[in-house]
Design a binder for this molecule. Structure first.
Ligand code: TYD
Length: 234
């Protein structure tokens, strides 16, 4: 899978957090952003679907089963390019660590599985995403589908008007987990920028895992992040 927008030469650092629904990406992204901010590291936290016009359109589609997978795939890819040029790249150029809660791997997993019966392939989705920025590091927060769906139901039970979106069912989540893991295979991960995290760990352990992984990458870029050795150092 060839891509052509490398950000690694710039001053900032581009991180993405991926995984199936309910794996804890949003909490982990926030915890990491808060920790870095507390240590005076400039951070910009964002998410996809983005808050832009295309992202808003996508959010409406998430409640509608009948939207063709190709439409979703095209919209997610367009949102990503828009998000990259409007938000991600400008903050990277200012030297920020940009953290995105979901990015390209979400499209490769969700839309390839969503569109399988409509003849849509992973390679086609990858082609659509050829013009998006390449992350310096992709964290896959890996969790089995049963546990993640249980977590989602528990979260939703606390909200009266909660509604599960069209992708939130067990067989679908099992399939996308498989694709997310395949994307980390050495053969497919030709940028070598994936790292799998075990989502059954505590939030502190996960933060520690990410900080340990980030330390050498940040040092190489001259970004002075702390290097906690254990949870009590956090
Ligand atoms: P997300 O914001 O993570 O879910 P929530 O609003 O419940 O926190 O993402 C919304 C849904 O969009 C999620 O089921 C995954 C899906 N999605 C795709 O199908 N393709 C994509 O490229 C992205 C970014 C998200």
């Amino acid at each position: 899978m060839e891509m052509d927008k490398d950000t690694s030469a710039g001053p900032g650092l581009f991180l993405t957090i991926e995984g199936i629904d309910g794996c804890g990406k949003t909490t982990l992204s926030r915890n990491l952003a808060n920790y870095l901010t507390k240590h005076q590291i400039p951070v910009y936290l964002t998410a996809e679907p983005s808050k832009g016009a295309i992202g808003q359109l996508i959010r409406q589609n998430l409640q509608q089963e009948e939207v063709p997978a190709a439409v979703d795939a095209l919209l997610f890819a367009a949102d990503r390019i828009d998000h990259g040029s409007r938000e991600i790249l400008p903050w990277l150029q200012k030297g920020y660590i940009v953290i995105t809660d979901r990015y390209r791997d979400s499209s490769l997993a969700y839309q390839s599985v969503q569109g399988k019966s409509q003849g849509l392939t992973l390679d086609w989705v990858a082609q659509l995403n050829k013009f998006s920025l390449i992350p310096d590091r992709i964290y896959l927060l890996d969790l089995d589908a049963e546990t993640s769906l249980r977590r989602r139901f528990q979260d939703n039970a606390q909200q009266d008007d909660a509604q599960l979106e069209k992708f939130e069912n067990l067989p679908f989540q099992k399939e996308i987990r498989k694709v997310f893991l395949e994307l980390t295979d050495e053969e497919k991960d030709n940028q070598g920028n994936h790292k799998i995290l075990d989502a059954t760990k505590s939030t502190d352990e996960l933060l520690l895992d990410i900080l340990r992984d980030l330390h050498p990458i940040c040092s190489a870029k001259g970004i002075p992040i702390p290097s906690p050795k254990q949870i009590s150092d956090l």
